[in-house]
Design a protein around this ligand. Structure first.
Ligand code: GDP
Length: 445
């Protein structure tokens, strides 16, 4: 995952540090050197690395560490705080205009993920009760208008688009007409998708700057692909000079990126990162929280995002029913299945589990996790009779064989599922009684 290597190396550095009691200046220097190397290898821009390590070094040699009960822990805390600072400090939310429509313009290179982000943002805004209008002002790429139409319909959002054409039409006029249309049709937000090129070029910048001038947006969001590595800084600077922007969207944070873009862009441009795009699906969008991202990088866990995603994914009624079941300890295989299905709704399990603290060490297990597992589980449970689903004690050998045949699985598969369910049921009962579950391999959470 993103920051995987960086995260591994930093946690390794801290593990070594924790073995020591008091820290000598040499220990601090060694640690700072390792952090510096890890950041450079993750493609973080040199000026950012220099500044960061200088601050960490100064603080780590200072009194706050000397006086600390646990100096190593204190150094981790300092790194965490400085990391939050280079990621932008406070969370910055999208700003809305006092008089609607709020105009949001997107800029960025071709392939950076602008169009996809436009759809994601529209979907999220709709969920929050807004009525966004997407405007297709990317007339450069032959298929761009079409692509935005597809994304809009998936997001259930309205779109203003010129007739599909190949490079004809005037994007500035389209953008203006789009905003006008939004005003007339009373959309409270306009999202303007603009053209990008494969590389930074003068004409592209001029077009984006012209659109900006024409529609006077409340937000100009610069979308940048987290995977572009060292180019991130130059690209960001070029867009800042050419168009300027009010905020950054980091896209493809789910990829194998080394993460340098994320760690450089905010401090190089002084513009806040507002969103993180984490997948190709329209729900793969997160508001960016510098503190949570720092926690993830340092493997301190991002429980808050996890909980928020769970809250979004879980059907409230479903959750109530589940709570009742827990209270009465009537947790059945049916519930087990519906729980697994809810988990799937939450998006990739891997992504989710990756937000738990200390999961760095469980990476292999995560990589082994197979979402088809849920399908197999479903097949097995569907092959059971209602009575069997309510009471696993009924499942004798011949019933298990029948279920295995019916679901196209082996008896071993059925046995394993029943065993896992029994464990889960036991855990549920513990929770229902107010205890803390002990998940194997993870310790109590
Ligand atoms: P645009 O040219 O800037 O409009 O970029 P697109 O929105 O067309 O995205 C380019 C490619 O990147 C498409 O294949 C998208 O599916 C993919 N993409 C966009 N955002 C993400 C993301 O957050 N994660 C991943 N993995 N792929 C993404």
């Amino acid at each position: 995952a993103t920051f995987g290597t960086l995260s591994d190396r930093l946690t390794e550095t801290f593990r070594n540090l924790r073995k020591k009691g008091q820290l000598t200046p040499a220990d601090v220097d060694g640690t700072v050197r390792e952090i510096r190397r890890a950041l450079l290898d993750a493609d973080v821009a040199l000026p950012v690395v220099k500044d960061f390590t200088a601050k960490v070094r100064e603080r780590a040699l200072g009194d706050e560490v000397n006086r600390a009960l646990n100096p190593a822990q204190q150094v981790v805390q300092i790194v965490n705080e400085e990391l939050i600072a280079i990621l932008g400090g406070q969370q910055r939310r999208l700003q809305f205009a006092k008089n609607p429509p709020t105009v949001i313009m997107l800029a960025g290179l071709q392939g950076s993920g602008k169009t996809t982000f436009a759809g994601k943002l529209a979907k999220q805004l709709e969920k929050d009760g807004h009525t966004p209008l997407l405007v297709a002002a990317d007339l450069q790429r032959p298929n761009a208008v079409n692509q935005l139409q597809v994304v809009a319909s998936q997001a259930g959002a309205a779109i203003y688009a010129p007739e599909p054409g190949n490079g004809v039409g005037d994007p500035v006029k389209v953008a203006k007409d789009g905003v006008e249309t939004a005003r007339r049709q009373q959309h409270d937000i306009v999202i303007i998708d603009t053209a990008g090129r494969l590389g930074v070029d003068a004409e592209l910048m001029k077009q984006a700057a012209d659109i900006r001038k024409a529609v006077d947006p409340d937000e100009v969001l610069f979308v940048i692909d987290a995977m572009i590595g060292q180019d991130a800084v130059n690209t960001a600077k070029a867009f800042q000079e050419g168009v300027d922007f009010t905020g950054v969207v980091l896209s493809k944070l789910d990829g194998d990126a080394r993460g340098g873009a994320a760690l450089s862009v905010a401090s190089i441009t002084g513009r806040p990162i507002i969103f993180a795009s984490t997948g190709e699906g329209l729900d793969d969008l997160e508001p960016f929280h510098p503190d949570r991202m720092a926690s993830r990088i340092l493997d301190l866990g991002d429980i808050l995002t996890l909980i928020e995603q769970a809250q979004q994914a879980f059907d409230e009624e479903e959750a109530m029913k589940m709570a009742e079941k827990l209270a009465t300890e009537q947790f059945t295989l049916e519930d087990f299945l519906s729980q697994m299905q809810q988990m799937r709704k939450m998006g990739s399990m891997k992504k989710m589990l990756g937000m738990l603290p200390g999961m760095g060490q469980m990476k292999q297990q995560l990589d082994d996790f197979d979402e088809r597992e849920i399908d197999r589980t479903e097949a097995i449970i569907r092959s059971m009779t209602p009575a069997e689903r309510r009471n696993t004690k009924l499942l004798n050998g011949s019933r298990r064989l029948r279920i295995a045949r019916g679901s196209g699985m082996t008896v071993t598969d059925v046995n394993q599922l029943v065993q896992r369910f029994d464990q889960a049921a036991k855990m549920m009962k513990t929770v229902a009684r107010g205890g803390t579950p002990n998940i194997p391999g993870m310790g109590p959470i």
